[in-house]
Write a protein that binds this ligand. Structure first.
Ligand code: 5GP
Length: 181
């Protein structure tokens, strides 16, 4: 879906489709260069990471395995609480594997910090994070994100996997919504 389709519901397009495509290719090249000759496993976090996972994996110049986790964080709709529950765990044993955790967005960092601790406890050979979007101003816990697509201001965004009440995930850009009064 293009932003024109829902133009009256959006505030501003922050990152366009071409920019997304180009940056995802750059991230894929960087990850490939850092993992030359290694057997890579991408772990995507449902549902938000579905678009970045699909595009990043296809942009990789090498074979990668893919697996998914689904987690839920308790708390208010637009805010993370850091209390995370696994809804769907990995099917893959990641012990001894080179893992890249693929995330849609790092906001407070609370979800990611919990996920990293959880995955580290499974003894991967290496564990790095790739996040399409990061909001540096919103960070509450510092988390090591090696591959960052875009740093954006502390605003709620939708599109390219990110939803507001399950809408806009299939929007092909990253956009802001009008602020609720
Ligand atoms: P954190 O724990 O880093 O605060 O939040 C992580 C999760 O909150 C993300 O995986 C995402 O589901 C949700 N989230 C954080 N910021 C945004 C945003 O700007 N837009 C949307 N749609 N979800 C967000």
């Amino acid at each position: 879906m293009t932003p024109e389709t829902v133009a009256d519901e959006l505030d501003e397009v922050l990152i366009g489709a071409d920019e997304l495509r180009q940056r995802v290719q750059e991230l894929a090249d960087e990850i490939a260069a850092d993992h030359d000759g290694k057997d890579l496993l991408f772990v995507g976090v449902l549902r938000g990471a579905v678009m970045i996972m699909a595009d990043l994996a296809r942009a990789m110049p090498m074979s990668v395995e893919m697996d998914f986790m689904a987690v839920t964080s308790y708390g208010y709709a637009r805010q993370s609480s850091g209390v995370v529950r696994i809804l769907k765990d990995l099917d893959t044993d990641i012990s001894g594997r080179h893992v890249v955790l693929v995330e849609d967005i790092v906001d407070s960092g609370l979800t990611l910090s919990w996920l990293l601790r959880n995955l580290e406890s499974r003894d991967p050979a290496s564990l790095e994070v790739c996040a399409l979007i990061r909001k540096p101003e919103a960070v509450k816990v510092e988390v090591p994100v090696k591959y960052v697509g875009f740093d954006i201001p502390n605003e709620f965004v939708v599109g390219y996997g990110l939803d507001y009440r399950q809408r806009y995930r299939n929007l092909n850009v990253i956009a802001t919504l009008p602020t609720a009064d």
